[in-house]
Design a binder for this molecule. Structure first.
Ligand SMILES: Nc1ncnc2c1ncn2[C@@H]1O[C@H](COP(=O)(O)OP(=O)(O)OP(=O)(O)O)[C@@H](O)[C@H]1O
Ligand SMILES: [Mg+2]
Length: 227
């Protein structure tokens, strides 16, 4: 059982999109997964409601935002029943976020490919480290490039990558590429496997990216928890 928080206090960093894509792929590969939707925008809870409205089966468990006081209990209950629990955190530092981090085996920190956002990702990492200090244990994390360009790396993204490497911040080798499919799954209450390639451009590429990203997350968990 692993608990993965997706956090970055920077709004719009790609947390919810990463949570949806990761849960989608884990469920597609037969992993018994659950998502706690701790984002006040309740995007994933709304996605689940769209599926329920269309009488589509739920491939993974979705739990709407618990209260701060319920967070730990919710994580523990879900972790007892699922192999992986993903927590989509809000775009702000909060006690709710602290509680989620306290029970997380890994934190994924998505960040957009801009110098400002890369600097803010370093702030997000500092918050994770502070939380770890308070707990007396290191909380493993990985930065995840968000809305990565599908084409070749830009000069800016190359500069950002080398600054992050110089700062010694571990980054997943695969980022979440900017793809229409990742917006369409929300709009249609769909899974990547349910989208129609005639209506979603680059669908096969999005599926490949999602799969590689999910494998990279599993590899990072194995790296941190070899047993
Ligand atoms: N890889 C991607 N491809 C296409 N669109 C994306 C991608 N990542 C994010 N987006 C879009 O960018 C916007 C912000 O993304 P998202 O909601 O995932 O960020 P967030 O970090 O969860 O935001 P908040 O802090 O408000 O919770 C959304 O409109 C989303 O559809
Ligand atoms: Mg969000």
């Amino acid at each position: 059982m692993s608990v993965i928080s997706i956090g970055n206090p920077k709004g719009g960093a790609g947390k919810t999109t990463l949570a949806l894509v990761l849960a989608d792929q884990l469920a597609a590969s037969g992993v018994n997964a659950a998502v706690i939707d701790a984002d006040p925008n309740a995007i994933i809870a709304k996605w689940a409601a769209k599926r329920a409205g269309a009488k589509k089966a739920m491939p993974y468990t979705v739990v709407p935002r618990p209260t701060e006081g319920e967070m730990i209990q919710t994580i523990e209950r879900l972790a007892g029943e699922h192999s992986i629990v993903i927590i989509d955190l809000e775009g702000a530092a909060s006690r709710m976020t602290s509680r989620a981090l306290a029970r997380s085996h890994m934190v994924l920190v998505p960040f957009n490919q801009s110098p400002v956002d890369a600097e803010l990702a370093a702030t997000a990492v500092a918050l994770i480290d502070e939380e770890g200090e308070a707990l007396g244990r290191r909380i493993p994390f990985r930065l995840v490039r968000s809305r990565d360009s599908a084409a070749i790396a830009t000069k800016t993204s190359k500069r950002i990558a080398s600054a992050i490497e110089a700062a010694g911040l571990p980054t997943l080798p695969i980022g979440l590429v900017e793809r229409a499919a990742y917006r369409d799954i929300y709009e249609f209450g769909a899974l990547l496997s349910e989208l129609d390639p005639a209506n979603t451009s680059g669908l096969a590429k999005a599926q490949e990216n999602a799969q590689q990203l999910t494998e990279a997350v599993i590899a990072a968990l194995r790296e941190e928890y070899p047993a």
